[in-house]
Write a protein that binds this ligand. Sequence first.
Ligand code: TYC
Length: 102
Amino acid sequence: DGEGDDLTGVKTETRPKTKRPPLYKVLILNDDYTPMEFVVHVLERFFGLSHAQAFEIMLTVHKKGLAVVGVFSYEIAETKVAQVMDFAQRHQHPLQCTMERE
Ligand code: TYC
């Protein structure tokens, strides 16, 4: 539990190892062509956001260039990115979605 004892009997404190899995931010990037309503739909559909939340994040991306949509484990983040990229491609929109370690 983080308490050690060396050969001389001196207490040696170490941090208890409570290793959490790394988290990944999923980001949506702005572009000049993807319709705003499409981005809002993507955020509702794949990230479970309300229409109001989705609209707000879409506008942030439009104005600032990108925004974090959510934070997930590696596997979930990877799935979200793949789902968004596939959906955008199928609709022939250049929308970009990426992930980055937090
Ligand atoms: N900039 C786009 C437009 O004016 C809208 C847009 C918003 C595109 C967010 C991508 O991630 C995005 N139609």
